[in-house]
Design a protein around this ligand. Sequence first.
Ligand SMILES: CCCCC/C=C\C/C=C\CCC/C=C/C(=O)SCCNC(=O)CCNC(=O)[C@H](O)C(C)(C)COP(=O)(O)OP(=O)(O)OC[C@H]1O[C@@H](n2cnc3c(N)ncnc32)[C@H](O)[C@@H]1OP(=O)(O)O
Length: 281
Amino acid sequence: MAFRTARNLAYFSNYIRNYSTNGPLVNVTVNEKSGFATATLQRPSVNSLNLELLTEISHTLQQLEKNKCRGLILTSASNKVFSAGLDLFELHKPNADKIKQMWSTLQEVWIKLYGSSYPTVAVVNGHAPAGGCMLALSCEYRVMLNNFIIGLNEAQIGFSAPMWLIDGMRNTIGSRQAEFALTAGTLFKTEEALKIGLVDEVAQSKEEAIEKAEKFLNKFAKIPPHARSMTKAALRGANIQALVRNKDEEVRSYVDFVTDSQFQDSLGEFIELNLKQKLSK
Ligand SMILES: CCCCC/C=C\C/C=C\CCC/C=C/C(=O)SCCNC(=O)CCNC(=O)[C@H](O)C(C)(C)COP(=O)(O)OP(=O)(O)OC[C@H]1O[C@@H](n2cnc3c(N)ncnc32)[C@H](O)[C@@H]1OP(=O)(O)O
């Protein structure tokens, strides 16, 4: 049964309504004509990825897969920030159990989005550092608005991106550019990102970006979906399998790393220097 049927649409809307306790952090709409879903991240003010938002993204992706979605556009309700990456306030002086769940859910999001059977586009309508870039990279195509930044700046914050994310970057921009970008933790302006292939197209407005995204998704209208998804799985499968094999071990190292006092001190300094909101708030 295709996701675009009215029955499935109603089921999906009910699911989203029932799932969220404080109103959805991800708003999903489906274009009944095309069958394309648009998932809009709407956690104020910068879509920073805390456990609740990550969990909702993960459940949304699961429902889209189950309902044989024909294509996904991932975007932001903010007109300034696509996603600011992991919620740094939640990582500061953390509850170890919660960050364990947070990292495990982040891995799930990558597995479900990077490995989705349906085609995916990120409409990057705002800044996309670190985890924001990760979400965009897990899609197949990226359309970005002008005057924003995107990149994996983990090295600047004092750590390395995990292997699966490095691989995703390498698959997108090639080994040499990935090495330059990751070792320096570079955040690219839109036009620079276009030049190195980190984004595929630039748009002047969100409407234009959505049109470009739909044009990309429509390219697959005449390709048998199973052939398309088998080919995608062949291309992306090794990345996903390596992460699945290493999932628990990576969660353990991540929790050790984040709870270490040295890391906590440097995260505190990073927050003080870079974020307007102060720790005392
Ligand atoms: C960091 C620990 C990880 C340890 C990992 C170890 C191993 C694992 C390896 C890899 C992990 C890969 C996955 C991803 C990692 C990450 O995502 S780390 C997060 C990195 N994020 C950033 O560096 C972004 C920081 N923010 C900014 O640069 C800017 O805020 C902006 C997004 C460019 C937007 O700028 P602007 O429009 O000027 O807005 P403000 O700076 O004024 O911010 C508005 C409010 O939002 C709050 N905020 C911003 N970013 C975050 C964030 N990441 N988490 C929580 N909150 C954030 C900011 O404090 C402002 O709040 P108030 O309005 O002042 O209340």
